[in-house]
Structures are given as C-alpha cells and as structure tokens.
Design a protein around this ligand. Structure first.
Ligand SMILES: *[C@@H]1O[C@H](CO)[C@@H](O)[C@H](O)[C@H]1NC(C)=O
Ligand SMILES: *[C@@H]1O[C@H](CO)[C@@H](O)[C@H](O)[C@H]1NC(C)=O
Ligand SMILES: *[C@@H]1O[C@H](CO)[C@@H](O)[C@H](O)[C@H]1NC(C)=O
Ligand SMILES: *[C@@H]1O[C@H](CO)[C@@H](O)[C@H](O)[C@H]1NC(C)=O
Ligand SMILES: *[C@@H]1O[C@H](CO)[C@@H](O)[C@H](O)[C@H]1NC(C)=O
Ligand SMILES: *[C@@H]1O[C@H](CO)[C@@H](O)[C@H](O)[C@H]1NC(C)=O
Length: 429
C-alpha cells in the first residue's frame, strides 16, 4: 500500500514527464520543447536539445538510460530553432513531421515522405519512437509498413539494425556525415560511406578525398579491420539484392548499447556503454596507425607500420628517387624495375597477410576457384594482381592497373598474388 501511494505521488509529481510518457506523435498531440517521447522499452528518448555550449534548439534522439546525454540522431541538424524554447514538433501537411518555432507558420524543418497527394492528414498516421532508436511513420491500420523512418536518414551514428550502403532503386545512399563540432550538429566535413564501385568496402572521406578504407568485405568482416570476424560478441553482415546493398550489424547481447560514430575529426569510433563505470568504452577507432592513412605509400607502394620508414614498394617495383628525405616523408613513387613483358616468363608472387588494394578497379567472380582466378588473371595482361574474394578461400577478385593503399596486416590480412616480371620471379624460385 505504501509503495502504491508513493508511486501515485511520484506520478502526479512528474505527470507530464514520466507517467504520461508516450512513444507516439499523432494528429492530435504535438511535442513542445521540454517534453520527450520515450520508446516503449525505455531505451531511447526524443525531444529538443542544445548540444554542448550551443543555444540553438534541435530535435534529436538520445539514450534514455545513459546519464550523459548521447545524441544518436538529429532531425534539423542544418536548420536549428534559434535560441528560443518555443519549438514545436508536430504532424504537418500530408502527414510529414515538421518543426516550427513560435513565430512562424512555415516549418523550420520537415520530413519529405512521399505520401499521398493532398494536404489532408490521414487520421491513422502516427510517428512512433521504437526501442531500436528508429523513429518511424506508419499507419495504425498497417503497422509493419514504414512510410518514413529516421534510420533512412542517418546523422553521424550507426546503430544496430541501421543500414549503411546504397539504395540502388532510388539512386540514394545511406551514409554518415560528421557533426561540425561537439557544439554544432550541422553537416560537417567527413562522411562514412560504402564504395559505389566494384566491390563492397567502407570509406571515410573528407569531401571526395579518401581518408581511410575498411578493406574489402571478405564474407565475415572487413579485410582491413582486425578481430571483428572472430569476435563472437558481434554479428556483421552485408546484404545485397537488385534494389539495395548495405551493411548492418548487431550485438548478440541486445541489452548492451553499442554504436559507431563518425566524429568531427574524421574518426570512426565503435563504443559500448558500460553501466558499471557509466562510460562509453572504445572497442575500435579508425584510422588507427600511420599505414591506415589512405594512400600513404602511393600506387604500388607497401606500408608496414612496424618498419621505419614504413613505406616500401611491392615486388617488381622500386622507388623512382633514392632521396632519403622522400623516403622518410613517404613521398616516393614506386615504378616498375623492368618492363613487364606479358606472357614472357612473368608470373605471380604471393604476399601473405595483406590488406588488399583499394577495390575501386576490380572484377569479382564468386564462381571461380583461386586456381581459375590465377588463369584468368594470367591471360589478361592488364591484370596486376588477384586474390580470393572471401577469407574462406572462395571466389576470385582481380585488380587492373594500379594497386593502391596496400599494407601489411599481420594475422588478419589475406594472401595477395602480385604480377611480377621474369627476373623478379626468378629471384624467389
Ligand atoms: C534570442 O534572439 C533574439 C533575437 O536575435 C535576441 O534579442 C535575444 O536576446 C536572444 N535570447 C537569448 C536568451 O539569447
Ligand atoms: C522562425 O522560423 C522562420 C521560418 O524558418 C524564420 O524565418 C524565423 O527567423 C524563425 N524565428 C526564430 C526566432 O527562430
Ligand atoms: C521532396 O520530395 C519530392 C519528390 O520526392 C522532391 O521533388 C522535392 O524536391 C523534395 N523536397 C525537398 C525539400 O527535399
Ligand atoms: C547475423 O545477421 C544476419 C543478418 O541479420 C543474420 O542473417 C544471421 O543469422 C546473423 N548471424 C548470427 C550468428 O547471429
Ligand atoms: C547482457 O548485458 C547486460 C547488461 O550489461 C548484462 O547484465 C547481462 O548479463 C548480459 N547478458 C549476457 C548473456 O551476457
Ligand atoms: C582484361 O580485363 C579488362 C578489365 O576487365 C577488360 O576491359 C579487357 O577487355 C580484358 N582484356 C582481355 C584481352 O580479355
């Protein structure tokens, strides 16, 4: 009885915040600055916030159970409500979700779902904050079908179940864009996206400049990211069909919060929340070492972080200049030692445990064995290297022209077979 009374008092005290906490916005309710939606299991909250020292108001989603406010999604990142606390979030024309400030009838921000034509709002349309952190628009008559979802518009955070990749049907992509600064969630310089060409690979880019790449998808993980494939606590997968190709992940213990964030300095950090220490623990952070910086040793270069200088050339290549300063700065260019005479005694040298070259210019054939892969590469004089497509030895990937961003990758790398001239081949046989 006593606890019932206590609960009752608590409820009347926090009435607006706690006991009436709802996970939906309908045609008949709206969300004012200061109020929050809370997902049904209590994992996530949605409301207005100001990051860091900012006075601007944004609508975002954060962890409801994590004390230090950790925002995972921002609706109006480039269109804040200025310095007031009079923002309103509600369903607007045609069922789009819109943010208004006090003084205007035009929204500061709005979703742009392709909803049926008229301005009329179907009464059964609702926005619901799910316990996965996804804000979805659905029709109460058909809850399984999302007409719009925040997971399709990532900010800087990749949550479990969220796709990063390409919607081939619409010609759009799912990618992360960094915040400008910890005080400013507006669109920053860095992106984290899947490569458009050839194979499946993740890139961190600054504008169009590549900063880091994950290495090729190898069936279980990324060729250049250690441990993940053997790490039993997480499940990474790539799925592709004619409409889309994407990368998702999950944590086997679904009660652990985990996320990958592209920060404003261009680092991807994968963290998990530790309830006992009340901290985000870093599992992985990229770029990691000097050899992780994209293209560090140039075309046909080879980077090994445990050597100094770390750059050398792939077999059959040498530095164009012998200037030591260039070597230390890694500004040397690798050129062929001798002309490659195709079909005149040339062949392939095996390099073990490598992060395979940039996959922008490759051909993949999953039906070929490694032996057939070699034959195909040998028979095409512009083929410079080949490898198994997957870490289990299946499939064939062949490179044409330059080999870029190759590094030694002890324990986690794959075998790379590089085409060399007859004399180079003779040195090793
Ligand atoms: C909000 O902005 C108005 C107009 O720019 C300004 O006059 C006012 O001082 C600001 N209020 C605060 C609390 O910063
Ligand atoms: C309110 O929003 C309108 C439309 O975006 C904008 O023109 C106006 O400056 C905003 N006022 C404030 C105080 O943010
Ligand atoms: C909204 O979507 C329509 C059609 O999908 C497009 O033509 C229009 O430019 C979009 N508007 C905004 C503001 O993104
Ligand atoms: C990993 O995730 C994929 C896609 O969701 C799923 O098909 C697969 O069964 C999962 N594997 C494990 C071991 O949980
Ligand atoms: C899952 O994580 C929760 C929270 O950290 C922990 O209490 C629980 O023991 C974990 N379950 C398993 C099966 O590891
Ligand atoms: C070699 O491969 C390239 C790239 O796939 C292709 O364009 C070219 O036609 C091939 N050449 C021969 C002789 O098969």
């Amino acid at each position: 009885m006593a606890s019932f009374v206590a609960l009752f008092l608590l409820c009347s005290f926090f009435a607006a915040q706690l006991c009436n906490a709802t996970d939906t916005i309908t045609r008949n309710n709206l969300l004012r600055d200061g109020e929050t939606l809370v997902s049904s299991g209590g994992n996530y909250a949605l409301g207005f916030f100001s990051p860091g020292n900012s006075k601007q108001r944004y609508v975002g989603i954060w962890y409801n159970k994590v004390q230090e406010q950790t925002v995972v999604w921002v609706a109006n990142r480039d269109n804040p409500v200025r310095n007031s606390s009079s923002g309103i979030l509600k369903i607007a024309e045609r069922g789009n979700l819109a943010i208004y400030n006090a003084s205007s009838t035009n929204p500061v921000w709005s979703t742009n779902a392709s909803l049926p034509g008229s301005k009329y709002i179907k009464p059964t349309l609702i926005y619901m904050l799910l316990d996965t952190g996804n804000l979805v628009l659905c029709d109460e008559d058909n809850m399984a079908d999302f007409l719009w979802q925040s997971f399709d518009y990532p900010t800087d955070t990749h949550l479990p179940g969220m796709k990063i990749g390409m919607n081939l049907k619409l010609g759009t992509s799912w990618s992360l864009r960094s915040w400008k600064s910890p005080d400013d969630p507006s669109t920053g310089d860095f992106s984290y996206e899947m490569s458009g060409a050839g194979s499946v690979e993740m890139f961190i880019k600054k504008g169009s400049q590549k900063i880091w790449r994950s290495g090729k998808w190898n069936g279980q993980g990324w060729n250049g990211v250690p441990g993940l494939r053997a790490n039993g606590i997480m499940n990474f997968s790539v799925a592709s069909n004619p409409n889309e190709i994407y990368y998702i992940y999950s944590f086997h213990n679904t009660s652990v919060f985990t996320k990958a964030v592209l920060d404003n300095l261009g680092f991807i950090r994968r963290t998990t929340w530790a309830e006992n220490t009340k901290r985000w623990n870093i599992l992985r952070s990229y770029p990691d070492d000097a050899c992780d910086n994209y293209g560090r040793c140039g075309s046909f270069g080879r980077c090994n972080p445990s050597y100094y200088p770390s750059c050398s050339c792939l077999p059959g290549f040498k530095f164009k200049s012998t200037n030591e300063g260039d070597a230390l700065e890694g500004t040397q260019i690798c050129v062929r030692k001798r002309e490659l005479l195709c079909g005149k005694g040339d062949g392939f040298l095996k390099l073990e445990n490598m992060k395979l070259p940039d996959t922008s210019n490759i051909r993949v054939d999953m039906s070929l064995s490694i032996k057939e892969c070699e034959i195909q590469c040998r028979n095409n004089c512009s083929c410079t290297a080949y490898s198994s497509a997957y870490v289990d030895g299946s499939g064939c990937v062949a490179w044409f022209d330059d080999l870029n961003d190759v590094r030694d990758f002890p324990e986690w790398g794959q075998d790379l077979f590089v085409r060399v001239d007859a004399i180079e081949l003779g040195k090793y046989c």
